[in-house]
Design a protein around this ligand. Structure first.
Ligand code: ATP
Length: 210
């Protein structure tokens, strides 16, 4: 079974399983039942058994699942074995924060290149990451085979920059700007609007909190 054959809903749960299995592995636990796993990750055990069944008979009745086996399987399927390089575009306040954030500690992702239009910071190293002029975006993305970019430019620049990134061959954009960008169908966009998230939380506290 390859990752293409796995249902989307199952694929979305894999990182949750993967994280928890890592914790189990670190604490020295060698096996786990689907019921135990269900409680820990808050996914019902029937769903877990069905999810795991896509990978063949990984569990044994009365024994549960072998943690190391599962882990090495997920590693492979989630591509955790090799590092994924991501680029960040727009090294402002939020961009800096993300450059400083240690993604690599809990995942296989690291920001390996940054881009900006500000002449003061281009061709320097910020927070350990080289900052390239935005004019080099398309070329560098191709050159470094980067498929995912984080967008932290001002809203008014977002669409144009996204188009340049698409021309550079990216397959995914994490969009931190509040505007919705238009990209070709085969490019995935994950929107993260922090202001909106915070306002939603405050709205729920004001309206539904007892
Ligand atoms: P933040 O919104 O992250 O708090 P900020 O307020 O410090 O950032 P912004 O004006 O939002 O600054 O710009 C974020 C960064 O994006 C800046 O470093 C800016 O130079 C850069 N930037 C602006 N326009 C472009 C562009 N067209 N291409 C690339 N980078 C850009």
């Amino acid at each position: 079974m390859t990752s293409e054959n796995i249902p989307r809903a199952t694929a979305k749960r894999l990182p949750i399983y993967y994280r928890y299995l890592n914790i189990l592995h670190d604490t020295g636990k060698q096996r786990i039942s689907s019921t135990e796993l269900a409680e820990a990750v808050q996914v019902d055990s029937a769903t877990i058994r069905r999810d795991f069944s896509y990978f063949g008979a990984l569990g044994k009745r009365g024994y549960g699942y072998d943690v190391d086996n599962l882990l090495s399987f997920f590693k492979q399927i989630l591509n955790q074995e090799h590092l994924t390089n991501v680029a960040l575009i727009g090294v402002g306040n939020l961009g800096h924060a993300l450059l400083n954030f240690n993604f690599h500690k809990d995942s296989n992702v690291r920001i390996s290149a940054a881009f900006d239009s500000n002449q003061e910071i281009v061709n320097t190293i910020e927070d350990g990451v080289p900052v390239y002029p935005i004019g080099e975006l398309e070329h560098q993305l191709h050159e470094q085979q980067i498929q995912v970019v984080i967008l932290t430019v001002p809203s008014k620049a977002a669409q144009a920059v996204a188009e340049q990134a698409v021309a550079g061959g990216v397959k995914g954009i994490m969009n931190f700007t509040p505007i919705r960008i238009n990209v070709p169908e085969d490019v995935l966009v994950q929107n993260v609007d922090l202001t909106n998230e915070l306002q939603t939380l405050i709205y729920f506290i004001d309206n539904f909190s007892k």
